[in-house]
Design a protein around this ligand. Structure first.
Ligand SMILES: [Zn+2]
Length: 90
């Protein structure tokens, strides 16, 4: 792991940047949840943030819709490519 990421975390960490994406939840996020709607996102993905409490909830919410879902570490949010373009599920 490059030390750049640690620096970024310690400097940029703030409640505003890492708050859970669940409705009306203001808890600090512990993980990113990357997801993709194959019908509207071609090769791109969206990322929600989840606190420990909503991690499973958000995950299941997306899975129920048959969207590809993957968890991403908060430190990897900007660089992660959880759904490589080569891996076409269809
Ligand atoms: Zn939450």
């Amino acid at each position: 792991m490059p030390s750049r990421e640690e620096d970024a975390l310690s400097l940029a960490r703030g409640p505003r940047d890492f708050v859970c994406s669940a409705r009306e939840c203001e808890k600090p996020a512990v993980v990113g949840i990357a997801w993709q709607n194959p019908r509207i996102h071609s090769g791109r993905h969206k990322t929600w943030l989840a606190c420990e409490e909503h991690r499973e909830f958000l995950h299941d919410y997306l899975k129920l819709r048959s969207f590809p879902v993957a968890e991403v570490a908060l430190s990897d949010l900007d660089t992660a490519h959880p759904f490589p373009a080569e891996a076409d599920p269809i």
